[in-house]
Design a protein. Sequence first.
Length: 126
Amino acid sequence: MEIIYTKNAPDAIGPYSQAIKAGNMVYTSGQIAIDPETGNVEACDIEGQSRQVMKNLESVLKEAGCTFADVVKTTCFLKDVAKDFAAFNAIYAEAMGESKPARSCVGVAELPKGVLVEVEAVAVCK
């Protein structure tokens, strides 16, 4: 197993890694809307937070040698599914491009740092 770390995504805020690569499989930790340059959540709305989350996820995957095209499964957590699903879904689709991995999207009561969205991924890298 290999621990994946990039300064282009937020540092872990607990006892975990940004991602783990095991063979050609990559398992990312959930990414939230922390700006890696400031260490803070800068965006207050679902659109801004979703863009930052997808940017962070892309950076972790890139460090592992993957792209969104290699992602086979994502799990998405939304604080308010009823209010934010459509906006999140549009930004997620834009970021993923032609890739359409299997996905679960669930509503949760609370997320770290009070964010509105978190996304984790599993990828099979070449």
